[in-house]
Write a protein that binds this ligand. Sequence first.
Ligand code: PEP
Ligand code: MG
Length: 765
Amino acid sequence: MSISAPLSHPSLVSRRLLGRVRDVMAGAGTAQQRLDKIVSIIAADMVAEVCSVYVLRAGEVLELFGTEGLKPEAVHNTRLRVGEGLIGIIAAQARPMALDDAQSHPNFAYRPETGEEAFHSLMGVPILRSGRVVGVIAVQNQTQRHYEEEEVETLQTVAMVLAELVVNGELISSDEMLLADGNALLPLRIEGVSLNSGIGVGTAVLHRPEFHITKLVAEDVGAEQERLRQAVSEMHGALDNMLEQSEIAGAGEHRDILESYRMIAKDAGWYARINEAISGGLTAEAAVQKIHNDIRARMSQITDPYLRERIHDLEDLAGRLLQHLVGSDGASKVDPKEGEISQGPLILIARNLGPAQLLDYDRTRLVGLVLEEGSATAHVSIVARALDIPVVGQVRGVLDKIQSGEPIIVDGENGQVFLRPGEEVCQSFIDSAEAGEQQKAAYVRFRDLPAETVDGERITLNMNAGLLIDLPHLHEMGADGVGLYRTEVPFMVRADFPDVDEQCQMYGRVLEQAAGKPVIFRSLDIGGDKVLPYWNKKNEENPAMGWRAIRVSLDRPMMLRHQLRALIRASAGKSLSVMFPMIAEVSEFEKARSLLQRELVREGEKGGILPVTISAGAMLEVPSLLFQLPQLLEMVDFLSVGSNDLFQFMYAMDRGNPLLSERYDMLSPPMLSLLHTLVGQCSGAGVPLSLCGELAGDPLGAMALIGAGFRNISVSPNAIGPIKALIRSLSVRELEFYMQTLYEQRQPSVRENLRSFARDHGVEA
Ligand code: PEP
Ligand code: MG
């Protein structure tokens, strides 16, 4: 049986409780005394018999630091590893947990010294600071109590305040909070950056090429050169075979990358250098090793991401060539222990990898990849995405902290890895991976249903894309079209600037995969943080406000004209929609549009088939444009708000600066009232309006946009399912009415108001 505790209105409870917690924190007494007071206040306020706070200590250990209700002698004695018991799972997954019957949960870890056998229900939340778990706070009740969602939220809010006490160094020194680096046998959680989402649980395999070359010097230069020639031709054959594998043979950027890798393998300059080393008296393998070493030495000095990527390709090739030269006795490609891991899923750990190296491993067993380096645009990440392998990169020092054969979890959802996790942690990740798959499957049931609100308002739900591998989601998740195709993304993963024909093919493939659904192509938005490897990077003090996007395109008109020419040709006989990024004044749009017109005339004169319809729009990302709207609205066929940039420029807040990421909220009265006004202006002028920034992919953001009048939004592929579910649970009229009360508010954010609305009206936000 489950009963609910009698509570007054949750937000009142939370506010009252917060006030009291804050008073105690700022009051007199040692940190421990204040913590003791706080746990008893929380227990009383939340009508719980127990309230306990665990703090994360070095070595991923959670120590009971304060309790109301458990035996006092357990304080500073009860310790759990991250992942152990319910408290450990809450820390490992950084997610709250509320259980009516905690003791029947498979992860319940009974600690006799606490006396907790008397308590049946448990609700715990992580104490987070800057996205990192620093502890856990939990309440328990004797009865099988059902904790409401509001109560979980209250505890989360309290945990945020409490984080201050945990990290300010009074309770526990900051050194003690650090991970136990070097203590290799303890389970360890290391944070990195998610390069591909998904969860993988398996056994670690270290990719550490080691070659033992015994014969370094040779007399017969000709014979060594012949050995090299032979090995090179074998390697080419093997590479060709690998690239024909059915799984990766299809078109896509990953294919382009592998092709350019194959071209590097045929690079004459590289072989000339190896041959030169052979002429100097080295054996073929020693010559390759020498060039390999030179490459590694260069690696350490190069910071340019593109060059590093290319050098990885070369490093990978050198390793591959050595294998062909010395065979399996002289060189071992991976840690020898791999042979012992004869079954089960594998997780590959490497400093970095060339794109083809991933394909050396048994795809049926590979469930994750961990890189000490790596970035989202690294070639190996793109290939891994095409193969749906979760990847966490920038995991510093991981190769020194784990050995082949040890268990490991790759959590691509949260950008973290768990080394040597206990069985219970593995199981909980396996469960959550399965739940994730089920959730995806659950959203698929919306695929053929329209994005229509409960009161019959049809919302156009588009998808943002930039790589061909995004496009299958368009159909899988049932989006209406592509609201933003970021053309710069395919440019960023190539070795050189694509010419008109190559671009035409690229856009043609996008349209082909869209299979008749509308696509809005955005002209190149390069510059700022989007650097093309083959483009001379200018050092600018403020790249986001620098020479980027339409500014580059208008200063290099041939570049824009080639892009437009390719788009026109790719859309022959179809519809073409183009939008221009970072328009700051109407004359920029006018110039861009006249280049489009010129290209259309040119194509017509050359006898080409023209697109059947053409629409040209502007992105609204620069605030100055807001003050020229009447003029702009006369010229554009549509407008799309780039909320990421618009917000950063409105608030003078660098969108990539983590120090500012929580300072301002897009769901603020000024931002929302601006968007609401814009809807009115555009509809008055009969100009279609959409929004394609991240705001639309945040469920509360999407809800607010619809309430503000937007009927067209574009979101990232993984947000299509959740946002469609939200739309189908929403009643627009009530929301619009409610939002009228928010535009004039004084508080910095109305997120909580919107959250309450969603909760009270059964909106799936
Ligand atoms: C935006 O600024 O909101 C936008 C969609 O463009 P990008 O994120 O590519 O700058
Ligand atoms: Mg932008």
